[in-house]
Write a protein that binds this ligand. Structure first.
Ligand code: CA
Length: 669
């Protein structure tokens, strides 16, 4: 989210090289002396001896627990005083298993009792997450959960990411799905649109993506769970309870077990279909400031501040968290571990990741790999504003090589292929704007060092920041900014829809054949739009929902995407894992015309059966002639068509590449 100013910040950073570092008189230095607690029993544990509460709040003058029979609007049935304990904690126990009860904490601070909070480790919550719940998690597991597993991932470059919002994906009547806008939507097989084309999970299988990336699905603040018939929409970048699922995606937000169970059922159904689940996580800021669960638990500690004591705001949302502080860094690490353990989540996408420090991100990746080596991590390698965290410590895309097992989005390829995100009318390589060829090449080699790529001519980054293609996520659109469909409509005035669909095919062909990991926004395979709304974070379903009848209307577009994904999955040459392999196997041809790139992937790259793959991208509106060496070539893509196992054959020689299209050939000898 909020990358509106972020790329500019990152760019300015590289150009000027001067950003204010941590101020010496920063009021946050006091937190360094606070005791931290490493136990795994924070806030709530239920065992054979009873129910145990442990709250970390070093500066509290007193702490207490309120127990409730219901999730909202009823008085406390009991209040428990907590006793000061080790490492900044407070404790209380009840010699009974309080399953079915709800609880909140309150601390005394500055002589007064603060508002109640469900704490920061509420794993189950009632309506709107206001009260934490005590539930038996064993009873939330779907049948077969013990043996449930996501797809094995040897290298992240083998992954094909599909970014979706629960409501976008299923809420339109054309989805044919019963549980519209819910976790359970992804558990429904055999759903179709009006014309009988597959929708839902069957559609995902047909398309061939390996992982869905679900927009924030932890409990967020904005949608009123007590009024679901209002059909409110939000992307969910306003975190409230980080360790419980969002209630509006469940069928009953008032029943804390239901949201847990239904989210697990979603994961299980996707896993059974061979599809992994990536969760979008937003630890960089919270929806509220002084009223957040962090602030009501340990005031001040979890956030960064300016020298005047006000909240610093690298998120552009009013505050930023302080991952470099031990208890906050541990919170992030333990929270993702919890989602991986309890919900079998296969990957994590970090929002505004550069607000976090590289050390914490390294811990995140390393700890997740211990749980499951197939888990991967990527994020937005930028911030939305300046931060007290020194630039060299930020998990910026330019610092990605300081991290192990963490990838970043390539805004280089994104803006070069389709035009800059900040200007709707701006065109890119695929829509005829000259001068972006070198930046597209930077994308093709996944921002790794390559002897034929001149980074000084790059539009965004000026150096090869990735040591490995496993550090790069390639894309041309996501939930942020205009969809590709809308971007093409705004930047190609006077064009026909057929022209724009052709440009989308070229753009995605560049993404899906580039080194690194491809990522696509849900519905682009049916040419969905958002009616030109670029920041649709709270727009109604009428803007955000995917109309699945487009799959019928744009069937050839869907077929193209499906074949493109099949091509990538069938050929390891597109999925190299080292910079050295890319430098050795990718050879660019010396072409001079604007909006033309021609290159080969040679040497049976990465164990591919194809000895050489020739790719020519023509982003101009004129045909271009290229010279292909004589040989027994199979034509894979030409003139807006593609077939993973071939459209025909050619002997090479002078060949015309049609306007706005990709030309792909392969030979085995
Ligand atoms: Ca919520």
């Amino acid at each position: 989210m909020n990358e509106r100013i972020t790329t500019l910040v990152a760019t300015a950073l590289m150009v000027s090289g001067s950003f204010c570092a941590l101020a010496l008189d920063n009021p946050d230095s006091k937190y360094l002396s606070w005791p931290t607690y490493e136990g795994s029993d924070l806030e709530l544990v239920v065992d054979s001896k009873g129910t145990h509460f442990t709250l970390w709040s070093p500066e509290a003058q007193a702490a207490r627990i309120m127990l409730y029979d219901t999730d909202l609007n009823t008085p406390a049935v009991d209040t428990l005083d907590m006793s000061r304990s080790d490492h900044g904690t407070w404790r209380a126990s009840v010699p009974a298993q309080l399953y079915g009860k709800f609880y909140t904490f309150s601390i005394k601070h500055g002589g007064k009792w603060l508002d109640e909070t469900p704490g920061i480790w509420a794993r189950a919550v009632g309506t709107n997450g206001r009260r934490a719940a005590i539930i038996d998690f064993a009873k939330t597991d779907p049948e077969g959960w013990a043996s449930d597993k996501g797809p094995k991932v040897d290298n992240i470059t083998d992954v094909v990411l599909y970014e979706m919002h629960h409501r976008d994906f299923s809420v339109d009547p054309s989805s044919g799905i019963v549980h519209k806008g819910k976790f359970l939507a992804l558990t429904e097989p055999c759903t179709t649109n009006t014309y009988g084309d597959k929708t839902g999970i069957d559609h995902l299988k047909e398309l061939g993506v390996t992982h869905v990336h679900i927009l924030p699905s932890y409990d967020y603040n904005s949608v009123d769970e007590a009024n679901l018939p209002a059909n409110q929409y939000n992307w969910g970048y306003d975190p409230y309870n980080y360790n419980a699922p969002e209630g509006s995606y469940s069928t009953d937000p008032a029943d804390p077990s239901v949201r847990v169970k239904e989210m697990k059922e979603m994961v299980k159904a996707l896993h059974d279909a061979g599809i992994g689940v990536v969760m979008d996580v937003v630890y960089n800021h919270t929806a509220n400031n002084d009223d957040s669960n962090f602030s009501l638990t340990a005031p001040g500690y979890f956030y960064r501040h300016r020298p005047d004591g006000s909240y610093s705001d690298a998120s552009g949302c009013g505050n930023e968290t302080a991952s470099e502080r031990r208890q906050m860094g541990d919170f992030i690490v333990n929270s993702v571990k919890y989602w991986a353990d309890e919900y079998h989540i296969d990957g994590f996408r970090f929002d505004l990741m550069a607000i976090h420090d590289t050390e914490t991100m390294n811990r995140v990746a390393a700890e997740l790999k211990k749980i499951n080596p197939s888990i991967f991590v990527y994020g937005e390698g930028w911030t939305a504003g300046d931060s007290p965290l020194p630039v060299e410590r930020r998990a910026l895309k330019e610092n990605v090589s300081k991290m192990k097992g963490v990838a970043v989005f390539s805004d280089d390829i994104r803006d070069a292929v389709k035009g800059h995100y900040s200007s709707a009318e701006d065109r890119g390589f695929a829509t005829g704007k000259p001068g972006l060829e070198e930046t597209v090449k930077i994308g093709i080699v996944a921002s790794t060092a390559h002897p034929q790529v001149d980074y000084s001519k790059g539009n965004n980054s000026k150096f090869a920041y990735a040591e490995s293609p496993e550090m790069i996520i390639n894309y041309v659109s996501c939930h942020d900014d205009l969809t590709l469909t809308d971007k093409l409509a705004k930047s190609m005035p006077g064009s026909t829809e057929a022209d724009r669909r052709r440009a989308a095919r070229l753009a995605q062909t560049i993404v899906f054949t580039s080194q690194g990991t491809p990522f696509m926004f849900a519905g682009e395979e049916v040419f969905r739009d958002k009616k030109g709304v670029h920041n649709s974070y709270k727009s109604p379903d009428s803007i955000n929902a995917i109309n699945w009848d487009l799959k019928h209307k744009n069937a050839d577009q869907f077929d193209y995407y499906r074949e493109l994904i099949a091509l990538r999955k069938a050929h390891p040459a597109f999925r190299m894992t080292t910079a050295a392999d890319i430098a050795r196997n990718i050879v660019f041809d010396d072409v001079k015309e604007p909006n033309l790139i021609s290159y080969s992937i040679k040497n049976n790259a990465n164990g591919d059966e194809w000895k050489e793959i020739k790719l020519v991208f023509n982003g101009s509106d004129e045909p271009r002639e290229v010279k292909i060496p004589k040989g027994d070539w199979t034509v894979i893509a030409r003139d807006g068509s593609i077939k993973a196992d071939g459209l025909g054959t050619t002997r090479g020689g002078r060949i015309t590449v049609e306007p706005v299209s990709a030309f792909i050939l392969a030979r085995t000898k």
